[in-house]
Ligand binder design. Structure first.
Ligand code: GTP
Ligand code: MG
Length: 454
C-alpha cells in the first residue's frame, strides 16, 4: 500500500451533510453533538455544508433515521448540493444501502471516516498493514453493496483474475485470503515487537495513552526533546515512537507515544492496532493524557479506560495527566476533575507548566518506595558515584580514610542494585539494610501470622 490515491478516499474533497442520531437523554449538549464528527470530517479533508439531528429511542431498522427525517435529509441535500452523507453512528450494510437508494447520494458512517484518516496518516509498514486489515474487515460484510470497489483490491493483491470477474464469491474469497495474509504479517511483527520490548528491560518503560488530540505527541516532545509530529488533527499519530526521558534523581526511562483513541471505535479496528500498542501493554507505567480544556473530557477518560480494557492493557492504575491547562477558561471544570481524580497531574505541554512535577510523580510511581540510607564504598569507586548521580538524591557526602559514605534518598528498586556496584547499605541508625527488606519479602514474612504448629 503506497500513499492512498485520492479516489480511494471517500471522505476527501467532498461536500458533506452530517447526520447524528442520539437517544433523547444523551448527556452531550445539543450544540456540541457535531463537534467530534466535524473534526473527523475536516481532518479527512472534506467540507461540511449541513447537519441533521434526530433524537430517537432506537434507530429505525431499515433506514436508521425515521421516514420523515429521510425526506428532510433529501431536501437538505437538494438545498446544499451535498455529494456525501456522513453518519456519526454505526450503520449496518443494509441501512447504508437503503439510505443511498432513497437519497441517490453516497453514504458513509463514522467508521469509514476514521478509516480514511487512518489510511492517510499511516506512515510505517506496520501501520499500513493494520489500516488495510481494518479496511478489509469493514468492507467484507458490505461486499454486495460495494463490489465495484473491488477491482482495485483484486488488482492490489495480485490475484491474476481477469478484470471482468466480479462474482461475489470470488471477491469474498480474495478478501478473506488477503485478511489471512495481513493477520499473519501483523502477528509476525507483533511477536518481534514483543521480543524487542521485553529485551529492553534495562530501562523502565512509560507509555503515553489517551484520546486523540489530547496532546500526547506534544507532551512527548516537551519531555524528551523529540521531534514527533504534532497537529490539531484527529489521529495525527498512528505509529509508536519511543524516546529516552531523563527523570531527575532517577535516570533514564523509555517514553512511548501511541495512537489515540476515540469513542465508538469499531472492535475490529481496535484489534488491528494491537501490535502498535505493545509498548503500552508492557509499560511499567501508563500516562493517561487528557485534554482538560475539552467539554467532554470526562467522557474521554471513560472511553480510553474502556479501550484499554478491550486491548487487554491491564497495567496498574495509569497516572492521569490533565493537559492543556493553559487553555482552560472555566476553572471549575478542573476543580471538578481534581476532586474526582485527586492524584491527577495538571500540566501544559505547550507552556511547560507542571512538567517538573510530572517527572517527579512518575519517578515516585516507578520507585516503588524510597529508602533513606547510608551508602558506603571505596572512595575510588567511580561506578558508584555515577550510579548515585543518576538514581539518587545525595544529601551528604563524607570521606573517612579510604572510604566514602553517602547519605541519600534512593528508590528501593535501585537500592537493591547497589551491591552490584560494590557498595554497602545501612539505615540512618546504622543497622544494615538487607535485600529482603528492599524487595519487601522480609516485611511480608514479619506480618504473616505464625504457622499453626499442628
Ligand atoms: N493550548 C495547548 N495546546 C496543546 C497542548 N498540548 C497539545 N496542544 C495542541 O493540541 C493539538 C494536538 O496535539 P498532539 O500532540 O498532536 O495530540 P495527540 O494526543 O498526539 O493526538 P493524536 O496523535 O491525533 O492522537 C495540537 O494542535 C497541539 O499544539 C497544551 O498543553 N496547550
Ligand atoms: Mg500524536
Amino acid at each position: 500500500m503506497g500513499e492512498p490515491q485520492r479516489e480511494e478516499l471517500k471522505v476527501h474533497s467532498r461536500k458533506c451533510v452530517l447526520v447524528a442520531v442520539r437517544e433523547p437523554n444523551d448527556p452531550i449538549p445539543r450544540d456540541h453533538v457535531f463537534d467530534e464528527i466535524e473534526g473527523l470530517v475536516e481532518t479527512a479533508g472534506s467540507e461540511i455544508v449541513g447537519t441533521l439531528f434526530q433524537a430517537r429511542e432506537k434507530p429505525d431498522p431499515a433506514s436508521y433515521i425515521g421516514k420523515g427525517k429521510l425526506i428532510e435529509l433529501k431536501e437538505l441535500i437538494g438545498v446544499t448540493g451535498a455529494d456525501l452523507i456522513v453518519f456519526d453512528n454505526h450503520l449496518s450494510p443494509s441501512q447504508g444501502k437503503h439510505i443511498e437508494d432513497s437519497t441517490k447520494t453516497q453514504v458513509v458512517d463514522r467508521s469509514e471516516v476514521i478509516l480514511d484518516i487512518f489510511a492517510t496518516h499511516a506512515r510505517s509498514y506496520e501501520a499500513k498493514l493494520q489500516v488495510e486489515l481494518a479496511q478489509l474487515l469493514y468492507l467484507r460484510p458490505r461486499l454486495t453493496r460495494m463490489w465495484t470497489h473491488l477491482e482495485r483490491i483484486e488488482g492490489g493483491i495480485g490475484s491474476g483474475k481477469g478484470p471482468g470477474e466480479k462474482q461475489l464469491e470470488t471477491d469474498r474469497r480474495l478478501v478473506d485470503k488477503r485478511i489471512t495474509d495481513l493477520k499473519k504479517k501483523i502477528q509476525a511483527i507483533e511477536k518481534r515487537r514483543e521480543l524487542q520490548v521485553a529485551s529492553r528491560r534495562d530501562h523502565m518503560a512509560v507509555s503515553l495513552v489517551g484520546y486523540t488530540n489530547a496532546g500526547k505527541s506534544t507532551l512527548m516532545n516537551a519531555l524528551t526533546g523529540a521531534d514527533v509530529y504534532v497537529a490539531n488533527q484527529l489521529f495525527a499519530t498512528l505509529d509508536t515512537r519511543t524516546r529516552k526521558w531523563t527523570l531527575p534523581h532517577w535516570g533514564d526511562v523509555l517514553l512511548s507515544d501511541t495512537v489515540g483513541f476515540i469513542r465508538d471505535l469499531p472492535h475490529h479496528l481496535v484489534a488491528s492496532f494491537k501490535s502498535t500498542l505493545a509498548e503500552a501493554r508492557h509499560a511499567d507505567l501508563l500516562l493517561h493524557v487528557i485534554d482538560a480544556s475539552h467539554p467532554d473530557a470526562a467522557k474521554h477518560i471513560e472511553t480510553v479506560n474502556q479501550v484499554l480494557k478491550e486491548l487487554g492493557v491491564d497495567s496498574e492504575e495509569p497516572l492521569l495527566v490533565l493537559n492543556k491547562i493553559d487553555r482552560i477558561e472555566d476553572r471549575s471544570l478542573v476543580d471538578v476533575m481534581r476532586v474526582k481524580y485527586p492524584n491527577a497531574m495538571t500540566v501544559s505541554a505547550v507552556t511547560g507548566t507542571g512538567l517538573d512535577r510530572l517527572a517527579a510523580a512518575v519517578a515516585d510511581r516507578l520507585a516503588d518506595g524510597y529508602v533513606e540510607a547510608f551508602v558506603e564504598a571505596d572512595a575510588g569507586n567511580g561506578r558508584l558515584h555515577h550510579f548515585l548521580s543518576e538514581h539518587a538524591q545525595v544529601v551528604n557526602t563524607d570521606y573517612r580514610d579510604n572510604r566514602v559514605i553517602f547519605e541519600c534518598r534512593i528508590p528501593k528498586r535501585f537500592a537493591a542494585q547497589l551491591s552490584q556496584v560494590g557498595a554497602e547499605l545501612s539505615h540512618l541508625d546504622g543497622s544494615p539494610i538487607t535485600t529482603a527488606q528492599l524487595n519487601g519479602t522480609e516485611e511480608e514474612e514479619d506480618w504473616l501470622p505464625s504457622r499453626d504448629p499442628s
